[in-house]
Design a protein around this ligand. Structure first.
Ligand code: OGA
Ligand code: MN
Length: 271
């Protein structure tokens, strides 16, 4: 059977309806990988995969990347009772790419909605390929030469403006990573590398650096490049982490919102 495919926005997002058994069989894997790269985000409305089905689906697309403690499934929730490391997830409410502390970031993340918050908790995605493509060619050339330092501790200030020193030092142990502002992918396509971990453009004074990073975030997240997913329980969403940024819209940590996440191992270095 063919996949039932519908574009959600001209520049980002595709909705796919298909039979669960077919999805798990892997017969559409090559086509899905192609669509993922082209469209940034794929949505499978109310497909209702359980954990083992989600793991199987993930494996059908590439190599499953285990979480820090080796789990296949990670519970994305701000509820400290359900996830002891939930504090780190506060950074997920600001535009970001997963894994900017690694030279090879994960290829993709897959989220399944288990419990929703009554307010907020949508997920927004922007297409960083489209954001690069639509820049003025002179700016493209200038930006290609720039490098940006990313750090987890920078993102801490977004949600904890006056952190205790101990918390700051803890985040600092994660390290810094200098990345190109423009990622030249093996495919020949180019995308912008931005997000709340980006804090310093090499060779620029702090004001100029902040101005450029804010200007580019604003540019990359303009409505034409953004798809906002309004979740239903059972929805499964996969995004190309190498060609998008994403963020959760604010929600109450006590709301019980629960997403189950799997990840695909990265296949390409930031270059
Ligand atoms: C993530 C993430 C956003 C959300 O799991 O990496 O950023 O909406 N999640 O929960
Ligand atoms: Mn994330």
């Amino acid at each position: 059977m063919a996949l039932d495919i519908k574009d959600l926005k001209p520049r980002i997002g595709t909705e796919i309806r298909c039979n669960k058994d077919e999805l798990l069989s892997g017969e559409h894997a090559a086509r899905l990988r192609e669509l993922l790269e082209q469209r940034g985000v794929l949505v499978f409305p109310e497909i209702d995969l359980d954990d083992s089905e989600q793991v199987a689906f993930t494996r059908s697309l590439g190599k499953l990347a285990p979480e820090m403690q080796g789990q296949e499934i990670y519970k994305v929730t701000l509820d400290g009772g359900a996830n002891a490391r939930s504090a780190y997830l506060k950074g997920s409410m600001y535009w970001h790419i997963d894994g900017t502390m690694n030279d090879v970031p994960i290829l993709a993340s897959i989220l399944s909605a288990k419990v929703l918050s009554t307010e907020g908790g949508q997920t927004e995605f922007c297409n960083t390929y489209a954001a690069y493509d639509d820049l003025d060619p002179k700016d493209q050339q200038a930006y290609e030469k720039l490098r940006v330092t990313h750090s987890a501790w920078n993102s801490l200030f977004y949600y904890e403006p006056e952190p205790p020193l101990e918390m700051l030092e803890q985040m600092m142990t994660i390290g810094d990573n200098e990345l190109p502002l423009v990622w030249k992918h093996r495919s020949g396509r180019k995308s912008l590398v931005l997000g709340c971990t980006a804090y310093d453009v090499a060779g620029m004074d702090p004001k100029e650096s902040a101005r450029l990073l804010v200007k580019l975030r604003d540019w990359a997240t303009q409505p034409d490049f953004v798809y906002r997913h309004e979740w239903q329980v059972g929805d499964l969403v996969i995004w190309d982490n190498t060609g998008t940024m994403h963020r959760a819209t604010p929600y109450d940590p006590a709301s019980g919102r629960m997403m189950h996440r799997t990840k695909l191992e990265g296949e390409e270095t930031f270059a």
